[in-house]
Design a binder for this molecule. Structure first.
Ligand code: AMP
Length: 217
C-alpha cells in the first residue's frame, strides 16, 4: 500500500537487496541515500566531491548535505504518495529533519521496517567478501570460487578489501551503527510509529517472503 516506509538495519543486513523489490511491491519509489551519493561521486558533482572522503572512510556524510539531498528527492512528483527510505535517516538529527518535512506534507511516517541481523552475521557477510582484480566478487561461504583464493575465470588471486577486514567491520558496526544509527529506531518507537521486525537471517528469498507476509501489498 502506498505510504511512507523506512527500512532500517546495519550495513550488511540486506537492505540494498530487499528494498528495491519491496518498494515495487508496495507501489512506492525506492529512495536510497547511498545510491544517490554514489551517483554524485560518479558524476563528480560538488556534493559527490564533498561526500567521497567520508564514504571512503566508512563514516557518515554530514547531516546537512544528506538532508538537503533527501529533501529534494522526496519533493519529486513520484514520491508524492509515499516512498521507501533505505539508508536514511542514519542519525537522530536526520530523523528530526525528516519528521519536519513529513509534518509539512501533513503525513507522518507510516512504518519502520527493521531488518534484524546480529553483529556476528554482519561481520561474516561483509568480511567473507573476496575480490579479484577483474572486479568479480566472491564470498568465502555463500559464493566461493572453485579453488580457494583464486578467481574462477582468470586465475587471479582473491583479496579482502581493507575495509572488509573483521576489525574494521566490527568497529564500524559499533561506532557508526550502534552509536549513531540505532538511536533512530528508539526515536520512532518513542513517537509511536508502527515497527515491523523482520529476521534478516536466511536466503534472499526467505527474507523476501517474511517481508511479503508482514507487509501485504
Ligand atoms: P549505503 O549504501 O546506504 O551503505 O551508504 C554508503 C555510504 O554513503 C555510507 O557508508 C555513508 O558514508 C554514506 N551515506 C549513505 N546514507 C547516508 C546517510 N543517511 N547519512 C550519512 N551518510 C550516508
Amino acid at each position: 500500500m502506498p505510504g511512507s516506509y523506512l527500512i532500517f538495519g546495519p550495513p550488511g543486513a540486506g537492505k540494498g537487496t530487499q528494498a528495491p523489490r519491496l518498494a515495487t511491491r508496495l507501489g512506492v519509489p525506492h529512495v536510497s541515500t547511498g545510491d544517490m551519493l554514489r551517483a554524485h561521486v560518479k558524476g563528480g558533482t560538488p556534493l559527490g566531491v564533498e561526500a567521497k572522503g567520508y564514504m571512503d572512510a566508512g563514516d557518515l556524510v554530514p547531516d546537512d548535505l544528506v538532508v538537503r539531498m533527501l529533501g529534494e528527492r522526496i519533493a519529486e512528483a513520484d514520491a508524492a504518495s509515499g516512498f521507501l527510505l533505505d539508508g536514511f535517516p542514519r542519525t537522530v538529527v536526520q530523523a528530526e529533519a525528516l519528521d519536519a518535512m513529513l509534518a509539512e506534507r501533513g503525513r507522518p511516517l507510516d512504518c519502520v521496517i527493521v531488518l534484524d541481523v546480529p553483529e556476528e552475521e554482519v561481520v561474516r557477510r561483509i568480511s567473507g567478501r573476496l575480490v579479484a582484480q577483474n572486479g568479480r566478487i566472491y564470498h568465502e561461504l555463500y559464493d566461493p570460487p572453485a579453488t580457494p583464493g583464486v578467481d574462477d575465470e582468470e586465475g587471479l588471486p582473491l583479496v579482502r578489501r581493507p575495509d572488509d577486514e573483521p576489525d574494521v567491520v566490527r568497529n564500524r558496526y559499533r561506532n557508526v551503527y550502534l552509536a549513531q544509527t540505532l538511536p533512530v529506531r528508539d526515536h520512532y518507537r518513542a513517537a509511536g510509529v508502527r515497527e515491523v521486525l523482520i529476521d534478516g537471517i536466511g536466503s534472499t528469498d526467505e527474507v523476501a517472503a517474511r517481508l511479503d507476509q508482514a507487509l501485504p501489498a
